[in-house]
Design a protein around this ligand. Structure first.
Ligand SMILES: C[S@@+](CC[C@H](N)C(=O)[O-])C[C@H]1O[C@@H](n2cnc3c(N)ncnc32)[C@H](O)[C@@H]1O
Length: 260
């Protein structure tokens, strides 16, 4: 697949924060207007957010998810990608709906080596699932070389030949090992569930080019916007809570483009 080149004169990326309910706000976006969606909605586990009670019946929760996913499908360009974070037991139930509208690419896992609370009668949870879908049959972009990880055995004859032919490494496996953003991290905000920016960067690099528009309907602490600003993608972010929106605005001010 030929990589698209960002021909326009390089300009600062733009990051819009809409403080509101995404079910309503998404309806104001034009059909096929975004290149990529990366999002991490509430998981229906009773998490303490400022403005959102994260507890509904399972049926209600799934219907609510479908109401904004339907809009996500509408606003995504043909060939655009969706990365949907959630607990596996929620994503499993959302797949039949997504399968009707998008093309399934991969069920992926974010594994974090942290004990977030043990149960006396269950195994300790250390994973979120990430569903990767595209709209239509072919992705507009999959920048495999931009996310390549160094080969483990670069002295192997076959691998040496690949490196000599310009390959940078192997495409990441579908289980991502990143720790949670800890309180001691200099990037940590007051938001209760902040995704590591370096994890989101992988999906932004893979499924968009510079200058593209990335949507996150559940901004939270605005980690998606943070990754987009670093990578010169534009972003459109929706978040219900005014305090989190303010955190996001301040956070984005501190990030430089092309920051590494
Ligand atoms: C799991 S968190 C997102 C965290 C984010 N990925 C990050 O890294 O910081 C979900 C967010 O969705 C917000 N939210 C809940 N319902 C919403 C709605 N209807 N519209 C927009 N945002 C909503 C919550 O306030 C919360 O900040």
């Amino acid at each position: 697949m030929a990589k698209r080149v960002y021909y326009r004169e390089k300009k600062m990326s733009e990051h819009k924060i809409i403080c509101g309910d995404c079910v309503k706000e998404l309806k104001n976006l034009k059909d096929e207007s975004v290149d990529l969606i990366v999002t991490d909605p509430p998981f229906n586990i009773g998490k303490k957010y400022n403005s959102y009670a994260d507890r509904r019946s399972k049926e209600d929760y799934l219907e609510w998810c479908k109401s904004w996913l339907k809009e996500c499908v509408r606003v995504l360009k043909d060939g655009g990608a969706l990365y949907l974070f959630n607990y596996p037991e929620n994503n499993a139930y959302l797949m039949p709906f997504l399968d009707e509208h998008l093309t399934f690419k991969r069920w992926m896992t974010w594994h974090y080596p942290t004990n977030t609370g043990m149960s006396p009668t269950n195994f300790t949870r250390t994973q979120h699932s990430i569903l990767f879908y595209i709209k239509g049959d072919r992705p507009n972009v999959f920048n495999k070389e931009d996310i390549a990880e160094p080969y483990k055995n670069p002295t192997d004859k076959r691998i040496k030949a690949l490196i000599e032919s310009g390959k940078k490494g192997r495409t990441p496996y579908d289980v991502f090992h990143f720790n949670l953003v800890k309180n001691v991290s200099k990037d940590k905000t007051k938001h209760p569930c902040q995704i590591p920016v370096s994890l989101i960067e992988i999906f932004v690099k893979a499924s968009s080019d510079e200058g593209d528009l990335v949507l996150d309907p559940f901004g939270g602490s605005f980690s998606t916007a943070h990754a987009c600003k670093k990578l010169n993608r534009n972003s459109l972010n929706i978040e219900l809570d005014p305090e989190y929106c303010e955190i996001g605005k301040q956070r984005l001010k501190g990030i430089k483009e092309d920051e590494n």
